[in-house]
Design a protein around this ligand. Structure first.
Ligand code: FDP
Length: 342
């Protein structure tokens, strides 16, 4: 028996709240269209002369790939003139990305990492786009930095696009996590994974082990525990792609935990709170999981700057809570230290 075929457009429309005026629904369409355009390029990356460095460096000091630049521009150009956004922020830009004066301003804030895991592009490993949507703090004003610096708890939607063996768009508007697979023949995202939840018992843990010697005692103890040592009875396999969206997506489906902890050379870890950790934390909680910086929920952290980094532990709730427990036990904070370990 063939399954019911539901396009992303129909799914978004059918699931929009009754009071919705269409802005939010259309914003999700815009992102789905951007995803198709970016997927079109990434799947041809080996065929056209687009691989290689663009020459510029982004504000993290990393060299940008050409596809980063392309993905960033596509997101901006599809969303700047629609009247749905008051401001944007992209991982590729130092400052907020303003809506040009000639266009009307809208009620939403779009934060995105146009192409995460870009060091993997040259070697044909999956990469992803991550997005997060807030409401504007003050609807009267044009977008400002404070519209972007909101804690993850205030997200109205978040999601990612995974450019892998197929292209998938996974998103949540706070009503479960739903995944759509792009049918390249007809150019439509079709509902393929409704109500995704973190599988129990979990299957995997994901971490870059080469930093082991630079982690705190608590994190080292935790990784030993994940490996089934330290009296733990869990049986997990290790899988680490080094492309956050791909690692998260696997663990979302198979159950598990991904961690990028602080280490001596990166005291706040590597991943960005607004572009990576908060949107994925929102999805994790919607899927029954949890995300923490090791001491508090990622979603409760109040951002203080656009490109702020944060240690990240994300996955099945009991696995992440064990990280918090072992860190509290082995890595005591000095009394005057802010609990918010950013
Ligand atoms: P990349 O540097 O390739 O862009 O946030 C960036 C990120 O990839 C994540 O996608 C990935 O999880 C992480 O960095 C990998 O970092 P390590 O190489 O230090 O493991």
């Amino acid at each position: 028996m063939m399954q019911k075929i539901v396009t992303i457009e129909r799914f978004i429309l059918e699931n929009q709240p009754q009071h919705a005026v269409g802005d939010f629904t259309n914003l999700l369409y815009d992102i789905a269209l951007a995803a198709k355009l970016i997927a079109h390029k990434t799947t041809r990356a080996g065929l056209v002369d687009i691989l290689g460095r663009a020459g510029a460096t982004n504000i993290q000091g990393e060299e940008q790939e050409k596809l980063d630049v392309y993905a960033d521009q596509i997101m901006f150009r599809l969303c700047d003139h629609t009247g749905r956004l008051c401001v944007m922020a992209s991982e590729e830009h130092k400052n907020i990305v303003e809506i040009p004066e000639e266009f009307p301003k809208g009620r939403y804030v779009l934060i995105y990492d146009p192409l995460d895991g870009s060091s993997n592009i040259d070697v044909n490993v999956s990469v992803g786009t991550i997005f997060a949507i807030f409401r504007c703090v003050d609807w009267e004003k044009r977008g400002r930095l404070e519209d972007c610096l909101q804690p993850g708890r205030k997200l109205v939607a978040a999601g990612y696009v995974l450019y892998g063996s197929s292209t998938m768009l996974v998103y949540s508007t706070g009503n479960g996590v739903h995944g759509f697979t792009l049918d390249p023949e007809i150019g439509e995202f079709l509902l393929s994974h409704e109500n995704m939840t973190m599988r129990e018992p979990p299957g995997y843990y994901s971490v870059n082990h080469s930093y082991f010697g630079r982690w705190s005692t608590g994190v080292q103890e935790y990784v030993r525990w994940l490996q089934g040592r330290n009296k733990s009875e869990i049986v997990l396999s290790e899988r680490y792609i080094g492309s956050l969206v791909a690692d998260f997506h696997r663990n979302l489906q198979k159950g598990g935990v991904f961690l990028y902890p602080a280490e001596t050379r990166k005291p706040n870890g590597k991943l960005r709170l607004l572009y990576e950790a908060a949107p994925l934390a929102f999805l994790a909680e919607q899927a029954g999981g949890y995300a923490s910086n090791g001491r508090m929920p990622i979603l409760d952290i109040e951002p203080t700057s656009l490109h702020q980094r944060v240690p990240l532990f994300i996955g099945n709730r009991p696995l992440v809570e064990m990280a918090e427990e072992l860190i509290a036990q082995h890595d005591p904070l000095p009394p005057d230290h802010p609990t918010n370990d950013q």
